[in-house]
Design a protein around this ligand. Structure first.
Ligand code: SF4
Length: 269
């Protein structure tokens, strides 16, 4: 089914002068809502598709002062006005706009409307995605995206389902489809000790990536616990308490493994 044009969508943040979300200086638009529930998610406030309360646990009383609302409906034109304000920095740094989240592909018409505006105005576009969408949606989006930052968490689908809430067959199919269709892709792999850092899983990832085309790079993203406070503010359980952040040595060792793909590998985003 053809995607229509949206008037508005829901986001939870706009970050200006971002330097880790693609090339150059960028404006990053954070879409609210994600169909995954990764245990290690650093932005749990991105998962719910509706605006929600972010409680300040330091304020004990229960009046309206102890929370803020995360997420708001915003028009396509208002988002684009924010994007356009920084055009001079995109031009100077070869930057642009990054759509992140949450999962931008879960608001496909809002995303496509913004992508089209950017394309018409020659603004470079990056899509930071879990890759979870129908093939049909991806096909309609892909030509408007200059670079994909595509998360790869597991090859093993049962593990993917255990730790993210959904199986990954569709995600791997989408990654292969993008690669075959000539889209530029950087693969981003969160490294989480005790969850996806075993040799069997990492070897499977290397083999899978080696068989793809158009992969511009691999970013290995060390798991960290900086999102923990957000779980408290959202009154959600934090499942990562007993997991360790990876050491520098472990990250270097894993990098050596991915170096065998002959694709440029970076530690960090
Ligand atoms: S895909 Fe990204 S935004 Fe969605 S739950 Fe996982 S880490 Fe969070």
């Amino acid at each position: 089914m053809d995607l229509g044009i949206a008037n508005s969508g829901i986001i939870f943040d706009i970050k200006k002068f971002a330097i880790h979300d693609g090339p150059g200086i960028r404006t990053t638009i954070f879409f609210k809502g994600c169909p995954l529930t990764c245990w290690w998610c650093h932005n749990p406030e991105s998962q719910n598709f509706e605006p929600e309360k972010f409680i300040n646990p330091k304020i004990e009383d229960t009046d309206s002062e102890n929370f803020e609302i995360i997420g708001k409906n915003i028009s396509v034109s208002d988002v684009f006005k924010e994007i356009e304000k920084e055009t001079i920095f995109y031009d100077e740094s070869k930057g642009g706009v990054t759509f992140s989240g949450g999962e931008p592909l879960s608001q496909p018409e809002f995303l496509l409307s913004l992508l089209k505006l950017c394309k018409n105005n020659e603004i470079h576009t990056v899509l930071d995605t879990s890759g979870y969408a129908t093939e049909d949606i991806l096909k309609q989006i892909q030509d408007y995206v200059d670079l994909f930052l595509f998360d790869l968490k597991f090859i093993d689908s049962a593990k993917h389902e255990k730790y993210t809430g959904i199986p990954n067959q569709q995600i791997l199919k989408n990654l292969t489809q993008l690669s075959n269709n000539g889209s530029k892709i950087i693969i981003r792999i969160p490294i989480i000790p005790g969850i996806n850092d075993d040799d069997v899983e990492l070897n499977k990832m290397c083999d899978f990536i080696s068989a793809l085309n158009n992969i511009q790079g691999i970013d290995l993203l060390p798991f960290h616990k900086i999102g923990k406070n957000k779980y408290i503010k959202l009154n959600l359980p934090y499942k990562m308490e007993n997991f360790n952040e990876p050491s520098d040595e472990l990250m270097k060792k894993i990098k050596l493994k991915f170096d065998t793909t002959n694709i440029t590998v970076k530690i960090g985003g």
